[in-house]
Write a protein that binds this ligand. Structure first.
Ligand code: UD1
Length: 424
């Protein structure tokens, strides 16, 4: 087990490049299963979740190679259809092989991914959608078991909530179904647009990309492709918040400001200067930030994955803010750790009231998920003294080299063995 030793007080300055999005790359890797042959993905982040997904694809029969940020996936004519628990439990995103396996093999046995530290994450919409396409689907002995021996048939599916994962699974099944599938109240995240773009390159016919109604005309087969992952808007947003909290000046190349409109408006309200450029954006801040209210919602609303960073920002801002979490009911759990640094946060259901403090004070904290980890590191950067952030394997799941990048921007952060570490 390892931890980060974060010394407070540096102002982050310089340039950083954002990698391809974790939440897209993992799904693009699953989508590769839809076509026999070699698919090449560019700008895949070097994070542990990508390694786990590669391992899962190998288990299904694919040959997966990674060289830097390029992942090559060679898919044979026949693939397996069973995703075992020991791999699925490591990353929930592996549930996104369900749609491709069902479409390709007419069968899928995918272990239930289990809980997450940010709240219960149901699969009811994934399963109801695939059932509408004609699959016989249920949960048996801890596995989602789906069968469609005669193939899938297009249908109209109305999602109760614009679930990212359900939209992706249904899309990936629908591209090989017979006839037309309509997904109403579909998710509109940039990662959904990215997967639609890749599926179209593979031979899919999809209308309404980027809207909440997706119409898919089923095709007989998909062919392999070469595709570049959309830049990570959550990592981009993390750097933006870091610039504001540390009163720094960060140029974020490969960032896409158009994917972060509400986030950048929020940082501007906090007092930041935000400038877009052809290759990304710059976020600069002088003086103490002002408290900002945030309400998390599906895209284009404020992303829940940036909520912990905004709570950290408000913890050191001038004034009081209310953060409302609408996507994951347990996502405020990490504020108990933030409180160890002196943050004044009161939780009331899915609202958090944050009273800004003029200073936080360094302390040992433990992270329970990727984004809470990033929020705690940012808080450590502005706390007096040293903050020890434990269980950083969570952070490694989403940020390829957070310590290296922080240091290149002038932070004093080291990664070191954690003598008190425990696996959770
Ligand atoms: C994805 C992202 C995650 C992000 C989230 C919302 C990946 C790997 N993860 O997660 O980082 O925070 O989108 O932007 O891409 N739900 C159900 N039943 C379902 C499906 C979802 O109740 O069948 C609920 C979940 O419990 C959750 C909410 O809907 O409370 C949002 O889930 P969803 O949009 O599906 O998120 P994920 O795809 O799991």
């Amino acid at each position: 087990m390892e931890r980060f030793r974060v010394a407070g007080g540096s102002s982050l300055r310089g340039s950083v490049r954002v990698n391809g999005a974790k939440n897209s790359a993992l799904k693009l890797m699953a989508a590769a299963l839809l076509a026999e042959g070699r698919t090449i993905l560019h700008d895949v982040p070097a994070i542990t979740d990508v390694d786990y997904m590669a391992e899962l694809l190998r288990r299904l029969g694919a040959d997966v190679e990674r060289t830097g940020t390029v992942v090559t996936i060679d898919v044979p004519g026949e693939i397996g259809h069973a995703a075992p628990y020991e791999l699925v439990r490591r990353l929930r995103a592996s549930i996104c092989v369900l749609g491709p396996l069902l479409a390709r093999c007419g069968a899928a046995d995918v272990a239930l991914p289990g809980g997450d530290a940010i709240g219960s994450r149901g699969l009811d919409m994934h399963m109801a959608g695939l059932a509408k396409l004609g699959a016989d689907i249920g949960v048996e002995h801890g596995f989602v078991v789906a069968r469609a021996p005669g193939g899938l048939t297009g249908a109209t599916i109305l999602l109760d909530f614009p679930s990212v994962g359900a939209t992706e699974n249904i899309l990936m099944a629908a591209v090989l179904a017979q006839g037309t599938t309509t997904i109403d109240n579909a998710a509109r995240e940039p990662e959904i647009i990215d997967i639609c773009t890749m599926l179209t390159e593979m031979g899919a016919h999809i209308d309404g990309v980027g809207t909440s109604t997706l119409r898919v005309e089923g095709a007989d087969r998909m062919h392999p492709t070469e595709h570049t992952t959309v830049p990570d808007r959550i990592v981009t947003g993390t750097w933006g918040v870091a610039a504001v909290m540390t009163r720094g000046d960060i140029t974020i190349s490969n960032g896409r400001p158009e994917h972060l409109e509400i986030v950048l408006d929020t940082l501007t309200s906090a007092g930041a200067v935000v400038e877009s450029s052809a290759d990304g954006l710059r976020v600069a801040m002088s003086g103490r930030p002002r408290a900002v209210d945030v309400v998390t919602l599906p895209y284009p609303g404020f992303p829940t994955d940036l909520q912990p960073m905004i709570v950290a920002l408000d913890a050191v801002s001038e004034g009081t803010a209310m953060i409302t979490e609408n996507v994951y009911e347990a996502r405020f759990m990490f504020v108990n750790e933030l409180a160890r640094l002196g943050a004044d946060v009161r939780i009331d259901g899915h609202h958090a009231i944050v009273r800004g403090r003029s200073a936080l004070s360094g302390a040992p904290v433990v992270t329970t998920d990727i984004r809470a980890g990033a929020g705690l590191v940012l808080a450590g950067l502005v706390a007096d003294g040293e903050t020890l952030v434990s269980a950083v394997h969570h952070i490694d799941r989403g940020y390829p080299d957070l310590v290296g990048e922080l240091c290149s921007l002038g932070a004093d952060v080291v990664r070191e063995p954690d003598p008190d570490g425990f696996d959770d």
